[in-house]
Design a protein around this ligand. Structure first.
Ligand SMILES: Nc1ncnc2c1ncn2[C@@H]1O[C@H](COP(=O)(O)OP(=O)(O)OP(=O)(O)O)[C@@H](O)[C@H]1O
Length: 577
């Protein structure tokens, strides 16, 4: 309610309300009479309140009611992707977090809540939840095993990033969490290191036998991202395994496009501690009973909003059905629309939300440039655009056909380019990423299959969006391939009249929020936020529209109506299970 409406309300309770109070004090009066008077006066005050609202306030109130109604309706597409069917059927609800043997150093406990809040403010962390562990500025204070600290040192990782300062302590304390932080801010280690720590603890407590495991799972939406996370986790597990006095820790990569037999052989002969997987292949392996989740006590979803969205939610739900016990749930993403936050908040056990920056905001280390380029000159203009920075560069396209065309064009022009999309053989995809990561190729042309989570060690200098993605979250993920972990990057986005106006408005607000130059063509777009008190969409988080105009709601409803699989088959992620 607006301030004016509130003050009107107070006024009614004060001036007009006095009469009611007096009436009520006068108990001797006939009850019926008193009741009807009370109803009358309540009605009167409601009418007075209504009349007192200005036209504008009434419209605002109506808008809010309408938004709440749409959000409620739209959220029905949500499934129970985070709960096992057996838990739902039997009404099992866990009320306490899993027990943890981890504890804070005494000196940090003694600093107290006030100092912890100061640290959070200093590093722009927002936290929500009960009994939140303190943030810590040193990996050493988090009590990681020495081989883990050794790998961090070798990688030149000296101090935790803000999401790590708070997210790691929450995860180490075995709490369910939702972690939201901008692209390239170090989310992978925030769930990766607690997984390795849990695996080590469990192995020391009771060594795995052949056929047993995993202790923990990480899921991500693309094979390339899964492979990258697998490499990171393996590095820590390998270091532990080769350190005298420590046990062997084994990690398994589970993705489509590669033989299942190879993926379960280590499990059968030795047992595995960590699994990093795409949901479809893991679901298949569980269905075949080639793996069980009896010992699994940890599950992390990277790019969680994508995994909870249509298509992946079914696979996820089926994976969850294999749990017959409580596990620690960690959900991470740079974009996390409110509908998923609300859903996760309701499903997780005493979750803690750690937020560094607005969910869905662009990384401020990326210089964002938007250029109006006519459709028919886009390909030739690319050559000029490539001159803006030194390599490596990524060019993103919505369509697989455009990826192929641009790749061919660049090769003809003598540019060292590789390409990747969901229609290519897995081997070709692996090769493209490997060559690009190794610096053998200057340019990678890709669909959104490479937009989320991929981290290129030689620092991408420039991201070119050959077209504007239809969802603003994808824009944020795409440009997030550059400007990672404190380095600066450039992103150029081609727009023209074929672009969807709602997405352009979202783009305009992302630029405004990041204090970037807004081109005149975007300046001219009328801003619905002027009629919306500056609030964005409560469904998808886009800033340039309200839930009433949210393009995603329609799209989701259509996908549900036409059957989830069909909707997926058209996407680039279709090939990932
Ligand atoms: N504390 C740290 N100090 C320095 N570098 C770090 C630190 N933590 C992680 N990094 C490095 O920063 C890079 C980006 O990390 P990461 O891939 O985890 O980002 P992210 O937040 O998951 O991004 P995205 O949202 O795009 O998936 C990686 O190369 C990683 O090794």
């Amino acid at each position: 309610m607006s301030g004016t409406a509130e003050s009107n309300n107070r006024k009614n309770n004060g001036d007009g309300g006095d009469e009611n109070i007096n009436d009520q004090d006068n108990d001797d009066q006939d009850d019926d009479n008193a009741d009807s008077k009370k109803v009358e006066s309540l009605l009167e005050s409601a009418t007075a309140l209504h009349d007192a609202l200005t036209e504008e306030e009434r419209a605002e109130q109506q808008r809010k009611e309408e938004e709440t109604r749409i959000l409620k309706e739209a959220s029905k597409v949500q499934t129970n992707a985070l709960q096992a069917a057996s838990e739902l059927a039997s009404g099992v609800q866990y009320t306490d977090s899993l027990p943890s043997t981890w504890s804070c150093p005494r000196y940090i406990i003694e600093q107290g809540e006030e100092q912890w809040s100061k640290t959070r403010d200093e590093w722009h962390m927002e936290v929500e939840g009960v009994d939140i562990p303190p943030p810590m500025k040193r990996f050493e204070d988090m009590r990681f095993a020495p081989p883990i600290l050794e790998v961090l040192k070798r990688k030149g990782i000296k101090k935790p990033t803000p999401i790590q300062m708070q997210g790691l302590t929450v995860a180490l304390a075995s709490r369910d969490m939702i972690g939201i932080a901008f692209t390239g801010s170090g989310k992978t280690l925030t769930f990766g290191l607690p997984l390795v720590t849990v695996a080590l603890e469990e192995e020391l407590r009771m060594p795995l036998l052949p056929g047993e495991g995993p202790i923990g799972i990480i899921l991500a939406p693309s094979r390339e991202l899964v492979r990258q996370t697998y490499d990171t986790i393996s590095e820590f597990c390998d270091e532990i395994s080769k350190t005298p006095g420590y046990p062997q820790l084994r990690t398994q990569l589970i993705i489509g496009g590669e033989p299942v037999r190879d993926q379960v052989s280590t499990l059968q002969t030795q047992g595995i501690h960590c699994v990093v997987a795409t949901p479809g292949r893991l679901r298949d392996i569980l269905k075949r009973k080639a793996m069980r989740l009896d010992n699994c006590r940890f599950i992390a979803l990277d790019e969680a909003d994508r995994l909870l969205d249509l298509g992946f939610d079914e696979e996820l739900g089926e994976i969850m059905n294999n749990f017959g016990h409580q596990r620690q749930n960690l959900l991470f993403s740079a974009t996390f629309p409110k509908k998923f936050q609300d859903f996760a908040r309701d499903t997780l056990v005493k979750p803690i939300i750690v937020n560094v920056g607005r969910a869905g905001a662009a990384n401020l280390d990326v210089i964002q440039e938007v250029e109006y380029v006519k459709e028919d000159v886009k390909i030739p203009y690319l050559l000029q655009c490539l001159q803006k920075t030194a390599p490596p560069v990524i060019i993103f396209c919505e369509r697989k056909g455009d990826v192929d065309d641009i790749h061919e064009y660049l090769l003809l022009k003598g540019v060292e380019a590789a390409s990747i999309h969901g229609g290519k053989e897995q081997e070709e995809r692996n090769e493209a990423i490997k060559d690009y990561k190794a610096g053998k190729k200057d340019v990678l042309v890709a669909t959104d299959v490479a937009a989320k989570g991929l981290d290129f060690p030689q620092s991408v200098q420039h991201v070119i969006n050959f077209d504007m993605p239809s969802e603003i979250e994808n824009y944020v993920h795409r440009i997030g391939r550059t400007g990672r972990c404190g380095k600066t990057g450039v992103a150029t986005t081609f727009i023209n009249k074929s672009c969807d106006e709602t997405t352009l408005l979202d783009l305009k607000h992302i630029l405004k929020e990041a204090r970037q130059r807004i081109p005149p063509v975007l300046m001219m777009l009328e801003d619905p936020r002027d009629h919306n008190n500056g609030a964005g969409c409560s469904y998808c988080g886009g800033l340039g529209h309200t839930i009433v105009d949210c393009p995603k709601i329609d799209k989701n409803a259509r996908q549900v109506a036409s059957g989830r699989k069909d909707a997926l088959a058209t996407g680039d992620y279709g090939g990932d299970w």
